[in-house]
Design a protein around this ligand. Structure first.
Ligand code: UFG
Length: 339
């Protein structure tokens, strides 16, 4: 298939591009490079052994998006592009709604006009909101606790309504749990532009000496050791889930399918810390501080639907995730080079 990958220079997008090329697909990346460094492109070309077709523009630009679809054929789109920082979304709600909803409107309109009906969308377990029972199943009601989360809830709703209006659509809503890890080569990985908000990149930067110590946000939750429990999933397993979903979007499938992409296993902050210490070979300083506003005690997937319908299952362990995150961070202590 000829596949357009929006946000293909980003963390999950870049790993998916490598697997798409390996699976024999022709890939075109569109990325604004608002949150990605151009040097990722050379890394991807080295990994795939071929030039990467990259278009550098923002999908909220309706004219450029329309122009692309008017002049080139695509069989499917994988839509990763979007702002994703929870805290920033509270500070800049309008920017989040405009960017995340606007890019999806522009993209889906151009797809509809030019007869491209297969879409794989990056959603998030954040759509289960604050009160969901674990393990989380796809049929739970959706809600959110911050503007970023609402953009995911709203985009899912828009896409369900679009599919209901025209049954030729084939849309996959993929709800990611906590993506971590990196490509086994250590040449591509997660590269936060600022101080990381998320646990794994924070740990990796403590381990490499960029940050002084981990702050553990609360140890009085009702969990195995009092710290927050999450379903960490290796980015390579997550990328494989996208390929499996893409291959499932055929005639026999319903216009919209919703799949959790998680392992089904919860890991606490202190358990992940211990695993990272094993990976990097030394202890890491930490301090327990107050809970972070908006955090929940435990989040992990019921992954049975994806397993049954996609024939896909996450296979990499938490130790694999830490080893690969550490390889990426230690080989690239400052992330991707500028330029
Ligand atoms: N944590 C710390 N210290 C840190 C960072 C995180 O103790 O410096 C703890 C959190 O309190 C939580 C766990 O580590 O218990 C994981 O936190 P992350 O920030 O890594 O991940 P979240 O589960 O909070 O958020 C992630 C994504 C969001 C998404 C959400 C729900 O980052 O985009 O999952 O799916 F909305």
């Amino acid at each position: 298939m000829r596949v357009l990958v929006s946000g293909g220079a980003g963390y999950i997008g870049s790993h998916t591009v490598v697997q798409l090329v390996a699976a024999g697909h022709e890939v075109v990346v569109v990325d604004s490079f608002a949150n990605a460094k151009p040097s990722v492109v050379g890394r991807l070309e080295a990994l795939t052994g071929r030039p990467l077709d990259v278009r550098s523009f923002d999908l909220t630009d309706v004219d450029k998006t329309e122009h692309l679809f008017a002049h080139e054929p695509f069989d499917a789109v994988i839509h990763f592009a979007g702002f994703k920082a929870v805290g920033e979304s509270v500070e800049k709600p309008l920017e989040y709604y405009e960017n995340n909803l606007g890019s999806t409107f522009s993209l889906v309109r151009a797809m509809r006009r030019h007869g491209v009906a297969k879409l794989v969308f990056s959603s998030s377990a954040t759509v289960y909101g604050a009160q969901a029972p674990v393990p989380m199943r796809e049929d739970l009601p959706t809600s959110a606790t911050n503007p970023y989360g609402w953009t995911k809830v709203m985009q899912e709703q828009v896409l369900r309504d679009v599919a209901a209006s025209d049954p030729t659509w084939r849309i996959a809503l993929l709800r990611y749990f906590n993506p971590v890890g990196a490509h086994a080569s250590g040449t591509i990985g997660e590269d936060p532009s600022d101080i990381p908000n998320n646990l794994m990149p924070y740990l990796a930067q403590v381990a490499v000496g960029r940050l002084e110590k981990l702050l553990v946000y609360g140890d009085d939750y009702d969990t195995v050791d009092g710290t927050g429990v999450r379903d960490y999933i290796h980015v390579e397993d997550l990328a494989a889930g996208h390929i499996a979903a893409l291959h499932q979007l055929g005639d026999t499938r319903a216009p919209v399918s919703t799949w959790n992409l998680g392992t089904g296993t919860g890991t606490s902050v202190l358990q992940l810390l211990a695993a990272f210490e094993r990976a990097c070979g030394h202890t890491l300083p930490y301090e327990v501080v107050a809970r972070r506003a908006g955090d929940i005690a435990a989040s992990y997937a019921d992954p049975t639907r994806a397993e049954a319908e996609l024939g896909w299952r996450a296979t990499r362990t938490v130790d694999d995730m830490c080893a690969d995150s550490w390889r990426w961070q230690s080989q690239n202590p400052r992330g991707y080079p500028e330029g």
